[in-house]
Write a protein that binds this ligand. Structure first.
Ligand SMILES: Cc1ncc(COP(=O)(O)O)c(C=O)c1O
Length: 414
């Protein structure tokens, strides 16, 4: 089936989105007012230059910077990945090593590996025993699942007082502080760099992200690298969607959101689904008696598509419901009330035993969430392979595994 037919079929079947992007199949916000094929222009006179903006895109950046006082902003069309890698390049000119707090997205490891920098993975508490001068600390907050790093503002102040730099990967947090009933935006933690994926939780097109930097010189240095990595033909549709999402953020009223959220949680509990609320009210983690993988499949069989499934549960990204949205809320409740357990089959596991004790030659990454399980250059243990098997049996995609298998199979044949 062609891609276009596949995309059409999701619409015809009335797929219900509990995943990113935040416009939820164009049912949240009114993106279609600004996203029209005819607006897919290029950097012609009057439309500015994304990598050296001085007109309309400069105005867009100025508008984005208003999200939080004291930051410079840059709209990006290549996701938070672009902002993180470019920030690591720029900060690598100032520091001699990186600290990664907890679990980080693969883009953090890619950036650090590309600049060939030294790094250590530590907990937030270990920061206080670490030498921070000439180092950059990378936080991920909120995590994919919606949990926030506690006391992040204090950690960042401590890093700054000890002459270190900080980056927050806030890919999942562009909607925080949207009203006072949501947890605080990570921009308020005062890190040197914060990167947000507008596309994940706000109504913006996929790949719409924004870089926020405190210091203008550092900002310009990051832009220098963005200019190297990002396309020189930026999508004006993605850029327009960033402006649209910022407007949505400014004007949002959460009345309907919290009412619908309460109704949804009630309906899930009625269906004997356990609901774990997260720091971020727009994230829910769900499980039931037959396990998370069976729950995700059962949802999918009824046409509800989730964001992710792990041993912890099925992750849902809630729509930012609002007055006049066209999200199929009634259909969602109906589908949940009629939910029946799907018949699950085991996924196949092939040829991974050859990897035991071998040095990993390409990062092994369960996707989603995109957090590496085994990093290139480290030994692959029996425990790692047990995890891989467990994921594969449950149909989780594992990036890099086949590359490692092929590498060692070829080596064995030589
Ligand atoms: C924690 C985290 N950081 C960064 C990214 C990359 O963001 P983007 O898709 O906007 O490039 C992701 C994507 O899922 C993520 O989960």
């Amino acid at each position: 089936m062609s891609l276009i037919n596949k995309l059409k079929s999701f619409h015809i079947e009335g797929a219900v989105s509990m995943h990113v992007p935040g416009h939820k199949n164009n049912t949240i916000g009114k993106l279609s007012d600004v996203i029209k094929p005819g607006y897919d222009l290029t950097e012609i006179p009057g439309l500015d230059d994304l990598h050296d903006p001085s007109e309309v895109l400069d105005q867009l950046n100025a508008e984005l910077a208003q999200k939080s006082e004291g930051y410079h902003a840059q709209a990006m069309v290549n996701g938070t990945t672009n902002g993180i890698i470019s920030s690591i390049y720029a900060l690598n000119e100032k520091v001699s090593n990186f600290y990664i707090i907890g679990e980080a997205h693969k883009s953090v490891y890619h950036g650090i590996s590309l600049v060939n920098a030294a790094y250590t993975v530590i907990s937030a508490e270990e920061l206080y025993e670490s030498e921070l001068g000439s180092s950059c600390v990378i936080f991920t907050s909120p995590a994919y699942t919606g949990s926030l790093v506690k006391n992040i503002k204090q950690h960042i102040e401590y890093i700054r007082n000890n002459s270190g730099f900080s980056i927050i990967d806030a890919a999942h947090g562009a909607h925080l502080s949207i009203t006072e009933n949501f947890k605080e935006s990570l921009l308020l933690a005062e890190a040197d760099v914060v990167v947000e994926s507008y596309h994940k939780m706000l109504p913006a097109l996929t790949m719409a992200s924004v870089l926020f930097t405190k210091d203008i010189q550092l900002h310009q240095r990051i832009i220098h690298y963005i200019n190297h990595f990002e396309t020189s033909s930026p999508s004006y549709l993605v850029l327009a969607s960033i402006e649209y999402a910022q407007q949505f953020y400014k004007e949002y009223n959460d009345n309907i959101f919290f009412k619908k959220r309460a109704v949804l949680i009630h309906c899930l509990k009625e269906a004997e689904i356990e609901v774990a609320e997260q720091d971020d009210p727009a994230k829910l983690m769900l499980t039931w008696k037959r396990g998370a993988y069976n729950l995700e499949l059962s949802f999918r069989k009824t046409g509800i598509y989730s964001e992710m499934v792990t041993d912890e549960g099925v992750l849902w990204c809630l729509p930012l419901w609002h007055e006049g949205d066209s999200y199929p809320f009634k259909e969602l409740l109906h589908k949940i009330s009629k939910l029946t357990p799907a018949v699950s089959s085991e996924g196949t596991v092939k040829g991974i035993d050859i990897l035991e004790g071998k040095i990993c030659v390409a990062n092994i990454v369960p996707y989603p969430p995109g957090v590496p399980l085994v990093l290139k250059g480290t030994a692959i243990t029996e425990r790692d392979l047990k995890r891989v098997k467990h994921y594969q049996v449950n149909h989780v995609k594992i990036e890099g595994i086949q590359y490692n298998i092929n590498y060692y199979m070829n080596e064995a044949e030589l």
